[in-house]
Design a protein around this ligand. Structure first.
Ligand code: LR7
Ligand code: MN
Length: 581
């Protein structure tokens, strides 16, 4: 056996020498193998196969000692190996009673070992992948408010147990002014066993955005890794993330987010080829890559996937790069929208966001937030999104407001705060336009710049609306005349260049004014009247401000407002082209 060991050592030395001799500019040759645990067969104990000739000793040791995934302390424990756990009949009531502490099965979570094993769900190829042997160190930052004790501990243990010690500089726990007593003294005592764990306590509730910034401010690792406080990191989760950042510091790497079932606490693997996207009005969503794209790009299940936006909670970013980008907008409150902000910032200012399939982290998805919002949740998120839209969306911010957020345009209803610094930052970084982002990063999104376009034909007058020298009139329809071309924009303007059709009062009638997105007197709804299933829809334009309809004069002598009447042809209007109804 001694001889055997010696031989291995020799090989390792040889490989190290070779590695040292290689130039840093040849990344492929500088790699070594990471944790080579095979796809686990749960719940059997699996042997760790290591290809000695390609592994450095330090890494090998960390695999064997630190990774408890395949070496659980108590094989019979409830929830072990990520299997579903069952609540005994006589504990059902207790379970229900404790649900609201975290909006998941808090009772079960407490029964499950804090260092339980979970199945290694990485694609097959990952265990053979190589990473660089001089990866940067990372600070893992968890911010939390009133997190459940057992899940917070399990999150921390999964990082301690499944991260190579030489890469884990520290774990920073940022307590966002929790009210629970156990998160005070008991947490300090418990964490004092682990020299790498530091606790930062905020003196008032800041919300997750500013709490993360407080963590980042004290972090000393070269890479910041943010995680939610109810997660479990899987085998080999860290190295592939750091490897991407190492290859290009402008890469922001996200693990695949798997599901820890909120009811039975089982670890559920998710489908491959998922990427983060958004839908209007800036709602995060997952979307599976199409077969065509997978074929066209010859994608393997272990290949990084470029994402237009990140989910928000779990990612690694080069610390200095995070600051170069100006971090998060600190004006974002409590929860929501910060993932959009950072994603747009990264892509538009020269970076990239990737999901790394060889890195997998489970997350408890909860139906409700277990903590209170200082202000109304809906209003908080809307305000955050409006800040993001104002700074990053350029002309597309109208698409955002046009999807149900008109009320945010009224500064009397909502104060989104000062944006000067954010706008200056974007200029300073010379970031690209949102149009560039849509065309290059997320071309699949449907984002027509306006709702409808072209001539506006009146069915009663059988003529088209024309605007000349600030005066509205009717004319024989002619697509070649600039004066007859209008847009119905996302924020419901009837617009020609900088001029908008408005309404002052019923009596004063229709006016032409400079467009102003905050002025609700300039907004017009375009309603469809469905006559029969397959016959043309006829449309009327209705003033949003006054709830009356735009009507052409019978002798086509101008425009006025009248009570809406679906049978009146002079209230029916048609655009040449509709992008959205
Ligand atoms: O005021 C707060 N202070 C905090 O410290 C509110 C929250 N938090 C902590 C909280 O304890 C938790 O650790 O911040 C973390 C995230 O809060 P969650 O778990 O309530 O958020 P979530 O998982 O419901 O929501 C997702 O979107 C958020 C939008 O702001 C954040 O970006 C979360 O990090 C993000 N979570 C994920 O990306 C995990 C996968 C979910 C998906 C898709
Ligand atoms: Mn979460």
């Amino acid at each position: 056996e001694k001889e055997n060991l010696k031989e291995k050592e020799n090989i390792v030395n040889l490989v190290n020498k070779q590695n040292n001799a290689l130039s840093k500019t040849d990344p492929d040759k500088m790699k070594h193998q990471v944790q080579t645990t095979p796809q686990s067969v749960v719940p059997q104990r699996v042997e760790i196969k290591v290809n000695f000739s390609r592994v450095r000793k330090s890494v090998l040791r960390s695999v064997m000692q630190m990774d408890m995934t395949q070496k659980p302390r108590d094989k019979g424990a409830i929830g072990q190996f990520g299997l579903p756990a069952v609540v005994p009949v006589d504990k059902q009531e207790e379970m229900r009673g404790r649900w609201s502490e975290g909006h998941f099965n808090v009772y079960l979570s407490e029964q499950i070992p804090v260092d339980r094993a979970i199945p290694d769900t990485r694609p097959q190829a990952c265990s053979e992948n190589l990473v660089h042997d001089d990866l940067p160190t990372t600070s893992v930052i968890f911010c939390f408010v009133d997190e459940v004790w057992s899940t917070l501990l399990r999150s921390v243990h999964s990082v301690l147990n499944r991260s190579p010690p030489h890469l884990l500089k520290e774990i920073i726990l940022v307590d966002d002014f929790s009210s629970k007593d156990y998160l005070k003294d008991s947490l300090d005592v418990y964490m004092s066993q682990f020299p790498k764990v530091r606790i930062v306590r905020l003196k008032e509730r800041q919300g997750l955005i500013r709490a993360r910034l407080a963590g980042a401010a004290v972090a000393t690792g070269e890479v910041l890794t943010f995680l939610d406080s109810h997660i479990e990191c899987n085998v080999g989760w860290l190295e592939p993330l750091l490897d991407r950042v190492y290859m290009d510091r402008r890469k922001v790497a996200c693990p695949v987010i798997e599901v820890i079932n909120d009811k039975d606490m089982s670890y559920v693997l998710v489908d491959n080829f998922q990427r983060g996207i958004f839908k209007w009005p800036l709602v995060f969503s997952w979307s599976t890559l199409s077969e065509e794209v997978i074929k066209r790009d010859k994608l393997k299940d272990s290949d990084p996937i470029r994402c237009p936006v990140m989910a928000g909670g779990l990612f690694s970013i080069d610390r200095k790069y995070f600051y170069e980008l100006g971090t998060y907008d600190p004006g974002l409150d409590v929860w929501g929208g910060e993932n959009m902000e950072l994603s747009f910032k990264i892509w538009m200012c020269g970076g990239e966001i990737e999901i790394i399939p060889c890195s997998r982290v489970g997350h408890i998805f909860r139906s409700e937030n277990p903590y209170k919002f200082p202000k109304d949740k809906q209003k908080t998120v809307e305000r955050n999104l409006a800040r993001v839209a104002e700074v990053w969306l350029d002309e597309y911010k109208e698409v955002f407001y046009g999807h149900g957020y008109h009320h945010l345009l009224d500064k009397r209803i909502i104060d989104i705060g000062n944006l000067t610094e954010q706008i200056q930052l974007r200029q300073k970084l010379q970031c690209k336009s949102f149009r560039w982002y849509l065309e290059n990063v997320y071309p699949e999104i449907n984002a027509p710049p306006v709702r409808a376009q072209g001539l506006i034909f009146n069915l009663g007058a059988r003529k088209c609306l024309a605007l000349e020298k600030g005066i509205l009139s009717f004319d024989v329809c002619d697509l070649s005349k600039q004066s007859q071309l209008f847009n119905h924009t996302w924020i419901r303007h009837l617009q020609q260049q900088q001029s908008c059709i408005g309404v002052l009062s019923l009596r004063a009638g229709v006016t032409v004014e400079p467009c102003d997105i905050t002025n609700s007197n300039l907004r017009w709804r375009h309603k469809s009247l469905i006559l029969t299933a397959n016959l043309v829809d006829h449309l009327i334009v209705q003033s949003i401000a006054k709830r009356t309809c735009l009507e052409a004069g019978v002798q086509s002598e101008g425009l006025h407002l009248n009570d809406c009447d679906a049978s009146n042809q002079f209230q029916k209007w048609h655009f040449t082209h509709y992008y959205a109804q």
